[in-house]
Design a protein around this ligand. Sequence first.
Ligand code: HSE
Length: 433
Amino acid sequence: MKEIKIGILGFGTVGAGVVEGFQKNGALMAERTGITPVVAKIADLDITTDRGITVPEGVLTTDAMSVITDPSIDLVVELVGGTSVARQFTLEALKQGKPVITANKALLADHGEEIYKTARDNNTGIYYEAAVGGGIPILRAQRAGLIGNQIESIYGILNGTCNYILTRMEREGLPFDEILADAQALGYAETPPDLDIDGIDTAHKAVVLASMAYGAPVPMDACPTKGVRGLSASEIVNADELGYRVKLLAIIKDNAGEVELSVEPAMVPKSHMIASVSDSFNAVFVKGDIVDDTMYYGRGAGRLPTGSAVIGDIMEAASDKLVGKGAPVSVTMMLQKDALNYCSADNIEKRCYVRLCLEDKPGAMAQVMTIFGKHNISIASVVQKELHESGCAPVVILTQTAKESEFVAAMDEIAALDVSCMEPIRMRLEDFE
Ligand code: HSE
């Protein structure tokens, strides 16, 4: 039996989950792989708070660099979070030829190219399954199971916090802030949670998925991002009445050699499986040109699910190291090309849901319809509800597919109409066709 000595940097939610996972199933892992995992060092600035697990004396330290440089440590697990110190620790460990396992999607999204190249140049590995989809082994599926496919599209629910909030808003009609506090207490949310709510955490994960799908580092500014902050309960209620649900989606598509990439709230048909993904669960739909549709589902956040993904990477890195394979596929796949071509946001075609509030005046609706017609936007359905006490009528429109640039222009013109009582609200309607 071989032994692998693990150094963990960061003893927060996920770090504690990793240690708990090893304590529970380490012997099983050793039986299965012939490698005994030993958590030899854990570094954190706070080594006194109770994490609900006991570690042997001498394992905890406040000096992360001493763990990285300790010659007896075979591989380093970066769970510090953030992109500053985490980048420094990761690069230093890679330069020493030590494989690094990380759950840090922000680090990869912001500094991925530098990190992948440093791993490759030092003939070692960077492993990041836990960075996308929590406990779902989606990257392993992509880089192993789907290796023979051109990836046509990926749709992901990638943020447990947002999905949890949307689910409870729909089911219980509770206010946003109250649900967010629960998500924080459950250990789903980032610090600060703005990263979740504004869609940035989802975008971090989307660029990692897109990099792996298309073989080049993807910068964050290639991913137009909108989160769920300020989402009104009206959209959730209207979606429900129309047979849809609101989900925060990462959308990645190959449009004839150009990559379409975005993160945005979207209405999805209740009959589609993605609409059934609720609470903190994540799901990723990948369509390959050979395999056709595939779906991956599981817990996207939390101590043990994310710990499970980190442990999977640790055992893979241990095996790669003992076999001495050099830079693994998780590195080489990200560096096949220097850069990708992206669809201009203006040219992206989509269906939309639009909510307006119109004054009760003859011809108000006709003015709106004229603007849609002028911009080549065909209407799929219109519902006008009874007037508010204010004298304005809520109008809900579902469109057919049209260009984003035409939607933007049409919304500006509708907002400027005298009969328009509020800023129009628009959301993507995704029927996966
Ligand atoms: N804050 C993230 C989420 C944690 O809510 O999904 C997992 O990346």
